[in-house]
Ligand binder design. Structure first.
Ligand SMILES: O=c1[nH]c(=O)c2nc[nH]c2[nH]1
Ligand SMILES: [Zn+2]
Length: 472
């Protein structure tokens, strides 16, 4: 059956600027069969849409599916997870008191190495996609493992289930550890090319899935491999994802492993290593950036590289608190990452909540004035990072992240619990911790959602107009 045109009615909330949410009440959004928004009509109910908008679009009423946001519900752009390790999902919540380097050795590398088993990969990847969709993640920048078959399978499953994704085969050609790495820089490059070829064949126009070049982090790659991946990125125009300045020990080791005499960089900074290898580009997603120096932040800004802020992971692994305001003030595009399983939760809403809370721990005497208070992120800003900011980070700013004509319908229907006069709630409410009594403003309700919401509030999810999750 051909995909149908859809009419969405009710309240739409989206970001119009970093610190600004727009509330479009009584609005109609028309989405064509390809999943593109073709009309946004304010002050419009179903009758008016049928009488005035459908004729303009050449739509036949009987062929249009109507979806309404009921009382306590609103449409919100789908979340964009700019940094998540799909194979690490079984370890979500398991990290003990480890920090980055021993966490990798103890928990992460053994699990990732086991993805040579394709049946295991199928089971876990299927679950990750289902789980993230159920939390409203319509787009994810995934790290897979070093294995080409399992990486390709992740791409296949995202495509089949309809989740927008960037899929990266993880490149790592030097210890640690000996049992889980590419045999050589050449082997790493060849395997990466094979995975890119598979994804290109799967989705030639990148309508949903695209490859992303993924040097794990500086320490897991030889400098020749970093350089070859930089060259590959320049040749192909593909995006790049990697980690940077997450943990102080890691930074010290990077300085030791990549002296200026090796890289030819102007200094021995972490960002300088990537820059010397041609990996710091406007299409680069840098996860963490917790401890960047001022000079590094300026370099990242000059190159137009973006940052994935992963507050859950930074707290769990004790990495530190990223100074997001400082990055934003420099004009660096930022989004949110769950960083499962350094991060304990697959929910971008949880990442938004933690971004707000962690910002309150950031001691930052702002260069632009205002002192420490400026470090605080608002609920509105965290939601911008979770949607529009994330879209910019993964290079999809012209396609998703907010509701406008020409944008694609990647969206979630959020439902809050409406408490009746008698203190009860309607049968079939679906539960959840966000109780609304009726006197709250809509900004209050959104704040309640950010602080207390979870997947019980995610009623339905669409990617490119296709339903990809319905809460039972
Ligand atoms: O949060 C992280 N997760 C990882 O898997 C990883 N590998 C290197 N550095 C890393 N940081
Ligand atoms: Zn990570």
């Amino acid at each position: 059956m051909a995909p149908r045109n859809k009419l969405f009615l009710g309240l739409f909330i989206h970001s119009t600027a970093l610190n600004e949410l727009e509330y479009l009440h009584n609005t109609a959004v028309c989405v064509d069969g390809k999943g593109t928004i073709v009309a946004v009509e304010k002050d419009c109910d179903e009758d008016k849409a049928k009488q005035t908008v459908f004729p303009r679009l050449g739509w036949v009423e009987a062929e249009v599916e109507v979806v309404k946001a009921e009382e306590g519900q609103f449409f919100f752009p789908g979340f964009i997870d700019t940094h998540i390790h799909a194979p690490q999902y079984p370890n979500a919540g398991i990290f003990g008191d480890s920090t980055l380097m021993d966490w990798l050795d103890t928990y992460t590398f053994p699990l990732e190495a086991s993805f040579s088993d394709l049946a295991k990969a199928h089971r876990i990847y299927n679950r990750v996609i289902r789980k993230t969709l159920s939390h409203g993640t319509t787009c994810a920048a995934y790290y897979a493992t070093i294995h080409v078959p399992a990486t390709n399978l992740l791409a296949d499953l995202c495509h089949e289930r309809g989740q927008r994704a960037l899929i990266g085969r993880v490149c790592m050609d030097q210890t640690p550890p000996a049992y889980y790495r590419d045999e050589s820089a050449e082997a790493s490059l060849a395997a990466t090319r094979a995975s890119i070829a598979h994804i290109r064949a799967l989705d030639p126009t990148h309508s949903l899935i695209r490859p992303i070049i993924t040097p794990r982090f500086a320490l897991s790659c030889t400098f020749p491999l970093l350089q070859q991946l930089g060259t590959l990125a320049a040749e192909t125009g593909l995006p790049i994802q990697t980690h940077i300045s997450e943990n102080k020990t890691e930074i010290t080791l990077v300085k030791q492993h990549f002296p200026r005499s090796l890289t030819g960089a102007a200094d021995d900074s972490y960002a300088g290593v990537y820059d010397a290898a041609g990996l710091l580009t406007a299409r680069t997603v840098l996860a963490h950036a917790v401890h960047l120096t001022e000079g590094e932040a300026a370099l990242v800004a000059r190159r137009g590289a973006k940052v994935s802020h992963c507050p859950c992971s930074n707290s769990a692994l004790g990495s530190g608190a990223a100074p997001v305001r400082r990055l934003l003030d420099r004009g660096i595009g930022c989004g949110l990452g769950t960083d499962v399983s350094g991060g304990y939760s697959p929910s971008v809403l949880e990442a938004a909540r933690q971004a707000v809370l962690v910002s309150r721990h950031v001691v930052f005497m702002g260069e632009a004035g205002g002192g420490r208070e400026r470090a605080k992120l608002s609920v509105e800003e965290a939601l911008f990072l979770a949607t529009r900011g994330g879209a910019e980070v993964v290079g999809l700013e012209g396609r998703v992240g907010w509701f406008g004509v020409g944008m694609e319908w990647d969206a979630q229907l959020v439902g809050l619990t409406v408490v009746r006069e008698d203190g009860e709630v309607e049968e079939g409410d679906g539960g959840g911790d966000v109780d609304v009594f009726g006197w709250e403003s809509w900004p209050d309700r959104v704040a309640k959602w950010v602080y207390n919401g979870d997947d019980r509030n995610t009623k339905q999810v669409w990617v490119r107009g296709r339903v990809v999750h319905t809460r039972k």
